[in-house]
Design a protein around this ligand. Structure first.
Ligand SMILES: Nc1ncnc2c1ncn2[C@@H]1O[C@H](COP(=O)(O)OP(=O)(O)OP(=O)(O)O)[C@@H](O)[C@H]1O
Ligand SMILES: [Mg+2]
Length: 294
């Protein structure tokens, strides 16, 4: 189960991205997250996958307090979470099959199991016949499906998709959502789907959490007025305005990782995977040492 308890997030520059969020998502649910640009959707997801820590309150996922995880343990925790990024982040020099298999090699799975699971998920996303082609030979929608296959290969308990239909035409959008429904049904994966796509939500109605200005303004299956009003980000309190420039300077000094790399080179992507493996091994070592002390 996912639970947000009185969660707030204020970024270093003083932006209140989320305020007092209370939320429960049960295992196996399929939930849309909607809201105007800048309302806090991605922040909510980053708190969920451990990229950001809450400024107040707690984020609990299957009894793990995510904000309290040590950095080395975040990578272990992320094995339970699959994230599909809008820009796919596929490895260009690897085939479709290799892209998916790579995500499992990182987990140190035996080869025969990797091949079996890779075939299985490629079939699920209807790309079995594209196994041996490179990502550049695929359409945008097909690349997105590879990204989904890769995210679900490790059987994450939770799959988060940020705008999975952002680049698709209406018929592909319908196919995509049908695929996500299938994953939810057949793999029993909890789905959180960030979307701006009103039509999709209308044709495939589900629980919809609507966020505006960092608050949940509606949580239900039916539409509401708040979303249509397009409320913006919470305004900084006047007292904070004076500190603004100073804070901005400080924020600039702390160079943060770009949120979404447009075109990650093969070697950059490999570096990232290798650093994840190293951290995972460290974390496993740390865990097993902890066991020995107990
Ligand atoms: N790393 C950051 N540092 C400072 N402020 C941030 C950071 N990331 C997001 N924000 C701010 O927090 C607020 C919420 O941003 P968030 O990315 O969560 O919005 P969103 O709902 O995902 O928007 P979109 O639909 O455009 O993706 C915005 O005002 C944004 O400018
Ligand atoms: Mg966003």
């Amino acid at each position: 189960m996912i639970e947000f308890r009185n969660v707030s997030k204020t970024y270093k520059n003083g932006t209140h991205a989320l305020e007092n969020i209370n939320l429960k998502v049960e295992d196996g649910e399929f939930v849309y997250i909607m809201g105007p640009t800048g309302s806090g959707k991605s922040t909510l997801i980053k708190l969920l996958d451990g990229e950001e820590v809450p400024s107040g309150g707690s984020v609990i996922v299957n009894n793990v307090n995510v904000g309290r995880l040590r950095k080395s343990k975040v990578y272990l925790y992320r094995r339970k979470i699959g994230v599909v990024f809008q820009d796919y982040r596929l490895l260009p020099e690897k085939t479709v099959f290799e892209n998916v298999a790579y995500a499992l090699e990182v987990l140190d799975m035996p080869n025969d199991k990797i091949r079996k699971r890779t075939r299985e998920v490629l079939k699920l996303v209807d790309l079995a016949d594209k196994s041996n082609v490179k990502p550049r030979e695929l359409s945008g929608g097909q690349q997105q499906r590879v990204a989904i296959a890769r995210a679900i290969a490790k059987r994450p308990a939770i799959l988060i998709a940020d705008e999975p239909t952002g680049n698709l035409d209406p018929s592909m959008t319908d196919e995509m959502i049908t695929l996500l429904e299938k994953i939810n049904r057949e793999e029993k994966t909890t789905l959180l789907v960030v979307t701006h796509n009103d039509v999709m939500v209308e044709y495939h109605p589900k629980r919809t959490i609507r966020i505006a200005s960092g608050h949940i303004v509606n949580d239900g299956t039916h539409g509401d007025l708040f979303y249509k009003q397009g409320l913006g980000t919470i305004k900084r309190p006047a007292a904070q305005e004076k500190e603004k420039d100073k804070e901005v300077e400080q924020t600039l000094e702390v160079k943060e990782e770009p949120r979404e790399k447009d075109k990650m080179t093969e070697s950059e992507a490999q570096d990232q995977v290798i650093s994840e493996i190293t951290m995972q091994l460290d974390a496993i070592k740390e865990l097993s040492e902890g066991d020995r002390h107990e």
